[in-house]
Structure formats: structure tokens, C-alpha cells
Ligand binder design. Structure first.
Ligand SMILES: Cc1cc2nc3c(=O)[nH]c(=O)nc-3n(C[C@H](O)[C@H](O)[C@H](O)COP(=O)(O)OP(=O)(O)OC[C@H]3O[C@@H](n4cnc5c(N)ncnc54)[C@H](O)[C@@H]3O)c2cc1C
Length: 423
């Protein structure tokens, strides 16, 4: 009898509690075992693609949370345009594909012995491991910014409670207040994300608190889709958003959570609402597995996504150094499928084929105003390089109907990707 999806979930919970995790029997013709850590856009997608590539592979997905909360469109939640529940997804459909879901945090990896340790103490053996743990915040890299400070100056860069906290702070702010956002140096999750967030908060302020201002302190002198964002800000939010680049004193060197103050080399800015988007690194388990280098991110082979530091461990999604590919959900999903195809081939004794990957990042400047950037990537010189002439950005002088059509495309993209990964 086929085990139903509820039984799979229950099996995972019970097994994790007792330390007796279900493992396929080994021996001649036994199934290969792939453990995937992290059930986000990269990990859940990879687990499903592995089962599709070869249903004989026993796939286990280790995920710390019972519900996944998606970051794309979480800026809309902050601006009061949608509820957090619209961002949340469960793993029932993933389990229904025959993937064993283990609802636990992975705490260590024994690369030599090829096993993953779980929070409850149990171990999971693997033939190949895929790590897809997303990002962690580099607590302390920005002086004054630790977990306690994040309760006053939310980052909201991992969606959930922090997203709601930032929204509530904006709602509680008096009209005339100054909202300050700080954006980090590259690389970080979702390069256009801080600028989409500034736009949608400006949309909220314009409608609800029109005497307020938004200051965007940036550790960079240039950003993704910059010309498109700045033209749209001049058009939709004149005088509301002030962007301060690195060369004009935008680099934040410290924060004081008690007074919601940002310190730069050029002065201090006190905020009514403070959003710190801090420096980031690969999810902690990557570091513990020895696949992160001194940058905090994980070097990989661009064909298989196998770690350059540890054998039989693959890294996908935001944690990976994927060359010119940005850290996006779209990219994570594309990498997941490429990695799954390569792992299935390797387990079958074959050679993986050279991939081409696509990314598109949509951003909303207003609910009915969308812009995008797209790229195609292929292995070159040991990295994923952008294929020249294959990508592009939205046209600079497009009519509002084009911007509205792109906003609708962005919504459709979110429905499609979450349907594919979790539905
Ligand atoms: C505000 C904002 C807006 C964004 N908008 C867009 C957008 O419009 N389009 C786009 O393409 N991208 C967007 N992104 C980027 C996108 O969210 C990320 O690039 C994407 O989530 C990366 O996928 P991932 O699977 O690598 O990581 P995640 O989606 O974060 O998934 C990682 C998973 O691993 C789990 N995990 C971590 N460690 C462990 C462990 N030790 N054991 C078990 N489980 C673990 C976590 O619980 C989590 O579920 C946005 C990001 C932000 C912050």
C-alpha cells in the first residue's frame, strides 16, 4: 500500500523523536539516498525534481519549520497590501510525491561518514547531500546589531515575525516620521529587494502618512534596476525617498537600537521606524558542514553544484556562490532543477550535462507598477557567467500600461513558482 502524505509527515515526526529514522535497506540494487537540508525555494524544488528524475532515489527533506514563509511579496505585507498568510505554505504536497519529510533542524554533517545529525540526536545517512539552508544574518558584523537589536530595528529579511513587526511599527508611526532603511554591500539575498521595499513603504506613506519621509542609506554606489527605480520614484513619490549612496555617506558603520539611530562616517540619523538590512552569509549548517569559505558563502561547481570544499555535498540557492546569478527564489528554483538532474545522473553512474539557467527578478514600485531584470547563465571559466546579450531590463520609457502588465506578471510568477515548489 502506498503511504499517504499524512502518514509520511507523521512518520517523520515519530522517527525524529525516537532517533530511528526510516532508511531504505542497502544492498545490491538498493535505492540511492539523497538527503536535502532546507525546504525553501531551492531545497523543496530539488527534492521534487530528484523524485521526478529517478523515482528509485530515496529522497529525505529535512526542514526546521512546519510552515514555509516566502520572502517574495513580503514587502507587500510590510506595506499593508497583503497578509502574511498569503506567504505561507506547507509540505503536504511535497510529501505526497513520496519524499520523506523530517521536521527537524540539521545540526551537523559528518562528511567522511556521509551522515547528517538532527536536533533530536538522530542521524540520517546519505549517498549525496544537498544543502539549501538559505541565509543567516551576520550578527555583530554591524556594530550594535544583534538579535536583541532586531526586535527594535527589524531586518525582515527572513519572512515571518520580523515582517509583521516592521508593518506594525509603520502603522504605529505618527505622520511626519522618518523611516530609515539601510542596505548592505554585495552580495546579499535579493539585490533589488531593498529598493522594492523602499518603494512600497513610500506607497504606504503617500496614502496614509503624507508628511513622512524615507531615507535609504546604502553601502553601495549602484544597485539593481537603479535607473528604472529612480525614474519611478521621481514620478510616483516626488520628494519622499532620499537615497544616500556609499560615496555620499550612505555606509552605516554602527546602530543604536535603544534610540533607533544609524551611524555613518558622515553623521547620525535617528529614525521613527528603522529597518536594518544587515550583512548576510550562507545558512549556518553550510559552515558546520565545512562547505562555506572565508566569504561566508559556498563555492560550487557550476555544472553539478557540488561543493568545491567537500565531496558528495551539493549547495544550491542563496547559500551558494553562483557566479553572476543573483540570490533570488527564481534562481534558487533553477539551480535546484539543475542540481537534481546532475545528482540523478551521478548516482546512475553517468555524466551530468552542461546546463543553462535563467533568472528573472520582478519588483513592484507600486501595486500596479512592475519592473524586471532577466538573465541567462552558463558555466564559463569554472563559474556561472551571464550569457552576453541574452538578458535585459524593462524598457526605460514604457507607458504605464506596460508597468501594470509587469505587475500582473510578477503576481502570476509568484503563484506559479509557489505552486510548482509547494503545490
Ligand atoms: C524582501 C524580499 C523580497 C524578495 N523578493 C523576491 C522576488 O520577488 N523574486 C525572487 O526570485 N526572489 C526574491 N527574494 C529572494 C528569495 O526569497 C530568496 O532568494 C530565496 O528564498 C532563496 O531560496 P533558498 O531555498 O536558498 O532559501 P530559503 O527560501 O530561505 O529556504 C531555506 C530553508 O532552509 C531551512 N533551513 C535552514 N537551515 C536549516 C537546518 N539547519 N535544518 C533544517 N532546515 C533548515 C529554512 O527553515 C528555510 O525553510 C526576496 C527576498 C526578500 C528578503
Amino acid at each position: 500500500m502506498k503511504t499517504g502524505r499524512r502518514e509520511f509527515l507523521k512518520l517523520g515526526v515519530a522517527a525524529a523523536a525516537t532517533g530511528l529514522l526510516p532508511r531504505p535497506a542497502r544492498g545490491q540494487g538498493a535505492a540511492s539516498r539523497v538527503v536535502v537540508v532546507g525546504g525553501g525555494f531551492a531545497g523543496a524544488s530539488c527534492a521534487r525534481a530528484l523524485r521526478q528524475a529517478d523515482p528509485r532515489i530515496a529522497v529525505t527533506l529535512v526542514e526546521a519549520n512546519a510552515t514555509f514563509t516566502a520572502c517574495p511579496f513580503s514587502n507587500e505585507v510590510i506595506a499593508g497590501l497583503r497578509e502574511l498568510s498569503a506567504q505561507q505554505f506547507t509540505y503536504e504536497r511535497v510529501a505526497a510525491d513520496g519524499i520523506s519529510i523530517v521536521p527537524s533542524a540539521a545540526t551537523a554533517v559528518d562528511v567522511a561518514g556521509r551522515s547528517v545529525a538532527l536536533a533530536g540526536g538522530a542521524r540520517l545517512a546519505y549517498d549525496r547531500l544537498v544543502l539549501a539552508p538559505g541565509i543567516d544574518i551576520r550578527w555583530g558584523a554591524l556594530p550594535g546589531y544583534d538579535e536583541a537589536a532586531a526586535a527594535q530595528m527589524p531586518h525582515a529579511w527572513r519572512a515571518g515575525e520580523q515582517t509583521v513587526l516592521l508593518r506594525r511599527q509603520l502603522e504605529a508611526m505618527a505622520d511626519g516620521g522618518v523611516v530609515v532603511i539601510s542596505a548592505p554591500a554585495n552580495p546579499f539575498r535579493c539585490p533589488p529587494g531593498p529598493y522594492e521595499r523602499a518603494s512600497l513603504i513610500a506607497h504606504y506613506l503617500k496614502a496614509k502618512k503624507p508628511r513622512s519621509k524615507l531615507l535609504l542609506l546604502d553601502a553601495k554606489d549602484a544597485f539593481s534596476k537603479q535607473k528604472l527605480f529612480q525614474a519611478a520614484w521621481a514620478d510616483l513619490y516626488p520628494g519622499l525617498i532620499e537615497w544616500v549612496p556609499l560615496s555620499k555617506g550612505g555606509n552605516v558603520t554602527a546602530v543604536d537600537a535603544a534610540t533607533r539611530t544609524f551611524v555613518t562616517d558622515f553623521g547620525r540619523h535617528q529614525a521613527a521606524v528603522a529597518n536594518v538590512i544587515p550583512p548576510q552569509k550562507a545558512g549556518r549548517i553550510a559552515e558546520l558542514a565545512g562547505v562555506a569559505d572565508k566569504t561566508g558563502w559556498c563555492p560550487i561547481d557550476p555544472i553539478t553544484f557540488e561543493s568545491r570544499l567537500q565531496p558528495a555535498v551539493h549547495v544550491i540557492g542563496d547559500s551558494a556562490i553562483a557566479g553572476a546569478m543573483p540570490k533570488s527564489a527564481f534562481a534558487a528554483n533553477a539551480q535546484a532543477k539543475t542540481c537534481a538532474a546532475a545528482v540523478a545522473r551521478l548516482l546512475a553512474g553517468g555524466a551530468p550535462s552542461t546546463p543553462k539557467l535563467i533568472n528573472t527578478c520582478y519588483s513592484l514600485v507600486a501595486p500596479d507598477y512592475g519592473i524586471s531584470i532577466a538573465g541567462v547563465y552558463a558555466p564559463a571559466g569554472g563559474q556561472l557567467a551571464e550569457v552576453p546579450g541574452a538578458g535585459g531590463v524593462s524598457p526605460a520609457d514604457a507607458p504605464r500600461s506596460t508597468r501594470a502588465a509587469e505587475a500582473a506578471l510578477a503576481q502570476a510568477w509568484f503563484r506559479t513558482i509557489t505552486g510548482e515548489v509547494f503545490g
